[in-house]
Design a protein around this ligand. Sequence first.
Ligand SMILES: [Zn+2]
Length: 125
Amino acid sequence: MSMRVFLCTCQKCGTQFDFTGNYEKFREFLDSKNFTCIGGHTEIRSPRAFVKVVTMSEPTTVGEWKPTEGRNYVDIMDSLTTRIKGMQIDHLGSGLYIDRRTMKKYDYEEDSKGKRHYFELPLQH
Ligand SMILES: [Zn+2]
């Protein structure tokens, strides 16, 4: 698990809060059907309408890294790999990348040696 801390503000009441979890979990949160703000209001709309991400930290290091089953690991830092695949890799910030050609996003898990293992994030529905 590559845990990130997302510092967010609610655009309705201005309350700041942290969300800790991986990028996929954060996206699931944003896609929720309703939103309970710690500022004290509940909305029957997706948090996307209210939440603004201020900063996103880099993922925490995974001590004993091993590949997670079902993840598609792609070495997007290797120019030969990206050239063969015809990828147009662009940095989105905090180590999150996107392939501009396919619009697929890539997040990473960092092992204790500091090596980043990039994997493809499932496309949003
Ligand atoms: Zn709020």
